[in-house]
Design a protein around this ligand. Structure first.
Ligand code: P6P
Length: 336
């Protein structure tokens, strides 16, 4: 018997029904994000053809200057969400300050944070890339949003998720009641439920870290990595497989489905690590915890870190709870 076909729109609506006081604004906002994902997916699959079709750097068929894909992704997220009256404002990896709702258009009860196309340097070598997003309730009363609306810890997220543009396009989201994955059927332009209620496997398979940075790691991180590789004589274990493709969403997604840990430690050159708290680490930490995993900056739960600026960086250890806690233990013991 073929399985039931559940679109992401229907899935969101069914969740909305469990909140009697829901007004539908939140559900519509999630639909809008799914629409943005479809539009970006269409462009990323054509990325390799841009040169061949003579679109790069020249006029495209709409007579517009062909944008870099991450700029296009940012423009799409902003344009789809600027006029709906659902948001008070947005913050993007691509934009220095708060993205306010245009003059004359209504503001709404939510703020949206996003990295429109993370790992976009991987496009040219056809490695999967992704969009990451998070939704908070605004804290300020009304009118234009303020910075306080964005300086919220990840534990206050009302929704978060990501889109991975790979061999297929998948959207994974959570509103705090489980983590659900949808695969895009490009033929009909619908995200169909393909991974209901994702839980990170108990037994991890992979570790994902850039070992080219090894000489800059602390003693604790070095020992943690050797433990993962089964080389810690004091605590022998099966070695995990190393998998790192330099695209956070792709590395995270593989570890979420197969079990593992991704980490980007701090270093003397990057004391705060490389990844951004607001629109990379916190939304993925929300997903990880709702799937039974964990996320830490090495000594503190990512979801408890209160941002002090839009683009602040944070070291990140994310994946199986057992592995994240072990990383914290090595760091506390050898770097404390
Ligand atoms: P490195 C991509 O630039 C990114 O932000 C993440 O997607 C990825 O995991 C990381 O940086 C790769 O950084 O220093 O290992 O090349």
């Amino acid at each position: 018997m073929a399985e039931e076909i559940i679109t992401i729109e229907r899935h969101i609506l069914e969740r909305q029904r469990t909140y009697p006081e829901a007004t539908g604004v939140f559900s519509s906002l999630l639909y809008d994000i799914a629409l943005v994902a479809k539009i970006i997916a269409r462009e990323t699959t054509r990325a390799g053809l841009v040169e061949i079709l003579g679109l790069a750097g020249k006029m495209n068929i709409q007579g517009e200057q062909q944008m870099k894909l991450d700029v296009f992704a940012n423009e799409t997220m902003v344009r789809v969400n600027s006029y709906t009256g659902r948001l008070a404002a947005m913050a993007s990896e691509e934009v220095p300050g708060i993205i306010h709702i245009p003059e004359g258009y209504p503001t709404g009860p939510y703020v949206l944070v996003f990295d429109p196309l993370d790992g976009s340097s991987n496009i040219d070598v056809n490695v999967s890339i992704g969009t990451i997003f998070g939704v908070y309730r605004r804290r300020s009363a009304e009118g234009p949003a303020t910075m306080e609306d964005f300086m919220q810890p990840g534990r206050d997220l009302v929704a978060a998720g990501y889109v991975i543009y790979g061999s297929s396009t998948m959207m994974v989201y959570s509103t705090g009641n489980g983590v659900h994955g949808f695969t895009l059927d490009p033929g009909v332009g619908e995200f169909l439920l393909s991974h209901p209620d994702i839980h990170i496997p108990q037994t991890p398979k992979y570790y994902s870290v850039n070992q080219g940075n090894e000489r800059r790691w602390s003693d604790g991180v070095l020992r943690f990595t050797h433990w993962l590789q089964g080389m810690d004589e004091a605590e022998p274990r099966e070695s995990l497989s190393g998998r790192y493709i330099g695209s956070l969403v792709a590395d995270f997604h593989r570890n979420l489905l197969d079990g593992g840990i991704y980490y980007y430690p701090s270093s003397p050159k990057r004391p705060e690590g490389k990844l951004r708290l607001l629109y990379e680490a916190a939304p993925l930490a929300f997903i990880a915890e709702n799937a039974g995993g964990a996320a830490s900056n090495g000594w503190q739960r990512i979801l408890d870190v209160v941002p002090e600026s839009l683009h602040q960086r944070v070291p990140l250890y994310i994946g199986n709870r057992e592995l994240v806690e072990k990383a914290e233990a090595f760091i506390a013991r050898y770097d404390g």
